[in-house]
Each structure stands twice: as C-alpha cells, then as structure tokens.
Design a protein around this ligand. Structure first.
Ligand code: MN
Length: 200
C-alpha cells in the first residue's frame, strides 16, 4: 500500500521512517504535518487500512465552515510517519522541514441511509465525513473530491457544529509542534545540517 512512498525516497539520505511490511493496526489516528518544502503546506493524513491516506493542504485546515480548503492527494504514507519531525535533506523528495502540527484520533461518520459507509468506499466515492479529536482542531470535517484523474482535487471543509469557530485561526495563531512545541525555524536549526537555505 505504501510502495509509492518507498520508491520516492532514499533512506540512506532522509531521516524519514521506512515502511514496515505487513503492518496492520486498526487504531484510527490522524496527523497534520506542517511541511516547509518548496512551498509551505500542511499534510493531512488519516489511517485507513494500515496506511496513512494523505492530502497536501496549501492553506492548512480552517475552523470556519465557510472556508473550503484545497486538498491535493499525495502518496500513502506508513503509519510510523505520524510521529516524524525533522529535516528532509536538499535533493531528497519533499526536501524541507516537517513538524507535527496537530494529531489525535478520527472516526468515519460517513452515512448512507441507516448505515455507515466504510472509509475505503467513501474515499472511492469521493465523499468522506470525519469526526476528529485533535489538540488544535476537532469535530466534523468533510473531504469532498471535486476533480478526478491527473488533476485530482479535494476540498476539506469544517462541518457546522460545536467545534466550528469562524474567529479562530489556529494555522496562524498556533504554529508550533504539538509534540515538541518547536516552530519550523527551531526544528530546522536543531535538526538541519546547517547549510540548508533559510527560507522563512
Ligand atoms: Mn508534504
């Protein structure tokens, strides 16, 4: 499931984790990694069937139900990636700095009639409703596919519930890691090799 992940990376060069084979763990976790690469984005990942389904969200998640955040699908990542913070060296795929911006558990709440639609089926059909319990974002979120094929695009939208709040803007007011409390600049300074470009 994560073959595409391994093909893109040289594990003798990048500190990112390798995929372990045959790993199966049904605990439903989600993580949002802030990734200061060639362009800054937020990698939104949810565990489905032992891997992390992944989307790159240029503006990050919103807590305002009126915002529709573009989410571009990327390759499945191994579950171990959820804890990864560090610097991906120049020349490697995704070169730049990564921190764990938010994490927690997720539940599939996609329904049809009286029943729950499986996460796999919901993703196949391009419409997934999630309940997230993170440290910065929580409550209902919808992922909706708007374009298919080579230009596949999704939107991430906050559902209008108790956790919705148009006045919050956690992407700008809470920029730090939920694991280490570090900012992108601090991770880069502490874990970079010292000659990486200082993109802010
Ligand atoms: Mn990324």
């Amino acid at each position: 499931m994560t073959a595409g992940y391994g093909k893109k990376r040289d594990f003798s060069q990048t500190p990112e984790p390798k995929a372990r084979r045959g790993e199966k763990d049904d605990a439903r976790i989600f993580v949002i990694q802030k990734h200061d690469a060639s362009s800054l984005h937020y990698d939104f990942r949810i565990s489905v069937g032992g891997a992390l389904k992944s989307w790159a969200i240029p503006k990050g998640p919103s807590t305002d139900p009126r915002d529709k955040r573009l989410a571009l699908p990327t390759e499945d990542h191994p579950r171990d990636y959820a804890d990864f913070e560090g610097v991906i060296p120049e020349g490697e795929y995704g070169a730049g700095t990564v921190l764990v911006w938010d994490r927690g558990t997720w539940e599939n709440i996609t329904r049809k009639g009286d029943g729950i639609v499986s996460a796999e089926k919901a993703l196949e059909q391009g419409h997934l409703l999630m309940h997230l319990e993170g440290e910065k974002i929580s409550g209902g979120y919808a992922l909706q596919r708007t374009d298919t094929g080579d230009d596949e695009k999704w939107l991430l939208v906050k559902m209008d519930d108790d956790a919705a709040d148009a006045r919050r803007n956690p992407v700008s007011t809470q920029p730090e890691s939920v694991i280490s409390k570090r900012t992108i600049a601090q991770v880069r300074r502490q874990e970079g090799d010292g000659d990486a470009e200082d993109a802010s």
